[in-house]
Design a protein around this ligand. Structure first.
Ligand SMILES: Nc1ncnc2c1ncn2[C@@H]1O[C@H](COP(=O)(O)OP(=O)(O)O)[C@@H](O)[C@H]1O
Ligand SMILES: [Mg+2]
Length: 269
């Protein structure tokens, strides 16, 4: 089982889109995939077509703090060893632990738990039957992001080929180094280049800088092109790109990036 967190503290860099689409391609290829939505905004959950408000006990909450609202959180504060992820929803051939606005409570409650940052790592390691677990954290440097990254074997960094992407790199690299203190073997597996607009000189130049400098840190993927219409329509339909626009250039790019990720992980395509 390989646990990957798609981490970048900046918002709007295509973390959620990339988890959705790479997860779908892996599952379509016969791998057993679990997606974990750790963002209280629940974009991943909604974009996979889950419309109803899910209960908090179907989210990551019970795996981190025990059953919501019944005082187990305090029991778990002792040495309750066996917090587990709830049974997942099924979406497009993948399993999904959905998010709810109220998982934001974890940010505060986890601070009173000794070694709380390891809680999701422990729960994920009790899972059976998955080849990949892909975690979608919120756009922040809070406890939810720390829980997500510390739970993973490798980090995938979605990175737009523009000024915003370049500006965020030092913080991403520094934070992964910080998180390594709680998960020693953690490393960046791949920078996935996103939202690339090759028609603008700014994006082409940013891409050149990334291609010249980042491979010293970790491999970079081929770019996912900026395609606002396809990406926003796929969201409305609740579908991953390969299901919304099969055979399209966008579909081919997502598949290529997934193969590059497998290669970066040293796995056969
Ligand atoms: N390749 C792309 N082309 C155009 N829009 C994109 C692309 N990838 C993502 N987007 C859009 O950018 C916005 C931010 O993406 P999202 O996946 O939510 O990022 P994050 O999870 O990092 O905040 C979304 O509206 C998404 O549809
Ligand atoms: Mg997101």
């Amino acid at each position: 089982m390989m646990v990957l967190t798609f981490f970048n503290h900046a918002g709007g860099v295509a973390k959620t889109s990339t988890v959705r689409d790479v997860g779908y391609v892996l599952a379509e290829g016969g791998r057993r995939v679990l997606l974990i939505d750790m963002d209280p905004q629940a974009n991943l959950t909604k974009w996979l077509g889950v419309d109803e408000d899910v209960d908090l006990d179907r989210t990551v909450y019970p795996a981190i703090l025990g059953e919501p609202g019944d005082g187990t959180a305090e029991v778990a504060n002792g040495d309750e060893p066996d917090l587990r992820l709830p049974s997942p929803l099924q979406v497009h051939g993948m399993d999904l632990i959905p998010a709810h606005l109220n998982i934001a409570i974890i940010e505060r409650e986890i601070l009173t738990v000794f070694l709380g940052v390891l809680r999701l790592r422990d729960a994920v390691r009790r899972l059976h039957g998955y080849d990949f677990v892909l975690i979608d954290p919120p756009p922040s440097l809070g406890q939810l992001s720390a829980l997500a990254v510390v739970a993973s074997d490798r980090v995938v960094v979605p990175l737009p080929t523009n000024r915003k992407g370049l500006d965020g790199i030092p913080t991403v690299v520094k934070m992964v180094r910080e998180y390594k203190k709680a998960a020693r073997d953690l490393d960046i597996a791949l920078f996935v280049l996103t939202q690339h607009d090759r028609r603008t000189r700014h994006d082409r130049e940013s891409h050149e800088i990334i291609a010249a400098q980042l491979p010293a840190v970790a491999p970079i993927s081929s770019p996912l092109a900026s395609r606002p219409a396809i990406y926003s329509d796929a969201q409305v339909e609740g579908l991953p790109i390969p299901l919304y626009a099969p055979g399209s250039e966008a579909d081919r790019e997502v598949r290529k990036v997934t193969q590059e990720l497998l290669a970066a992980l040293g796995m056969d395509a």
